[in-house]
Design a protein around this ligand. Structure first.
Ligand code: MRU
Length: 371
């Protein structure tokens, strides 16, 4: 995408080849700052502190983190340590482990002095593939929006989304936003309801910033408004991203996604999940087995914003002395999901639906994408 007329991705390799550059998402929308990651520790901190976030971007950042680690310690012990440090950053997004496994496998048969280069080249390729995968996913999702547009007969299609499954959460395009951006480019009239997404406000801060930057009509709503919007006929479809979707179609995504699916089901509103294949955990069937990240209570008891002079600071909003619980994700059961939008097409949220898209005929039980 373009930011102020300049093309950007959410992560890219520095010109000197020895660092990864990211957009610091903790500062948006108040400040657009590019940050240079040079070490394993910096990459791990960027993921844990959510300077980078969103399942696909977490995966690609982890791959660059492996390369940065191997620049300094390319031994077998160095590989194992990097996998363990990066693997401990955020537990829910399966893309993290998907990426780490791939880099670990790629460097295992390589001489130590060539390992960093191998890892960097793989990370570059993973970034390119992420862009292409989410472009393809968006082209399939575009057809869903086209159908909705026909039913609306020229009136804007009203899409509701949660959190940020946008270009900032991937390398480019986004997952849930890719169909939206492609539909907008194709001239389909749209209006996006952006759930603000407590507690970290990825919707209000990041999705709204993306939509504004691309000129897509949108309004931010408090999370609690979504069910009412559906009840009163103001939402044509919901589309969200996922951090981990099981082989049977249960969907882990940002906390607050499950109540959206319940409200959608009660009101006959289609509920779609945009899931690129690295976000599918072929080893799990039951969503109850997905690890749910718990984060610091301060993310709930405090809120960060900008003063009128532009300086960003956090203020306490909860009762002083009251503790808070901060479950970062929830799991929506497959039965509440209308369809899963992937890079290979749209399918039912069932084992059969996913398998039909991803298991080549005669491929037996072998999951796709080298796993
Ligand atoms: O905690 P975050 O901001 O990393 O959570 C992000 C989400 O929940 C996204 O919906 C998900 O990662 C899909 S991103 C394309």
């Amino acid at each position: 995408v373009k930011v102020d007329g300049r093309p950007y991705r959410s992560i890219w390799r520095a010109d000197d080849g020895r660092a990864a550059l990211i957009v610091d998402q903790t500062l948006l929308p108040h400040e657009f700052r590019v940050v240079r990651l040079e070490t394993l520790e910096e990459a791990a901190r960027a993921i844990a502190d959510m300077q980078v976030r969103g399942a696909p971007l977490i995966g690609v950042t982890a791959a660059y983190g492996m390369a940065l680690a191997l620049l300094r310690d390319p031994s077998d012990a160095g590989v194992a340590r990097a996998v363990s440090v990066l693997g401990a950053t955020r537990p829910t997004a399966v893309n993290l482990h998907w990426a780490l496994r791939q880099v670990e496998a790629a460097v295992s048969g390589v001489a130590p002095e060539a390992r960093a280069d191998t890892a960097f080249r793989l990370a570059d390729r993973m970034a390119e593939e992420d862009v292409e995968r989410n472009r393809a996913l968006g082209a399939h999702g575009l057809e869903v929006l086209r159908e909705a547009a026909e039913a609306r007969r020229g009136e804007p299609v009203r899409v509701l989304t949660h959190c940020n499954a946008g270009w900032l959460a991937t390398v480019d395009w986004g997952t849930a936003t890719s169909p939206v951006y492609q539909a907008w480019d194709a001239g389909i009239p749209l209006h996006v309801w952006v759930d603000e997404t407590r507690p970290r406000l990825q919707g209000a801060r990041l999705t709204a910033w993306e939509m504004a930057g691309l000129g897509v009509p949108h309004r931010v709503v408090p999370d609690g408004a979504a069910a009412w919007l559906m009840r009163t006929g103001q939402v044509d479809l919901v589309i969200v991203g996922t951090d981990r979707t099981t082989a049977a179609g249960d969907v882990a995504n940002k906390i607050g996604t499950y109540p959206l699916a319940l409200a959608a089901s009660d009101n006959g509103v289609p509920f779609f999940v945009a899931a690129p294949s690295p976000s599918i955990d072929w080893e799990l069937s039951d969503g109850a087995d997905i690890p749910i990240e718990e984060r610091a209570a301060e993310e709930v008891t405090e809120v960060q914003g900008a003063d009128p002079d532009g300086s960003v600071r956090a203020v306490r909003i909860a009762n002083p002395g009251s503790d808070a619980a901060n479950f970062a994700f929830d799991v929506t059961p497959a039965r509440l999901v209308t369809g899963i939008v992937t890079e290979r097409g749209v399918c039912a949220a069932t084992r059969e639906g996913l398998a039909a898209l991803f298991r080549e005929p005669g491929a037996g039980e072998e999951p796709p994408e080298g796993r």
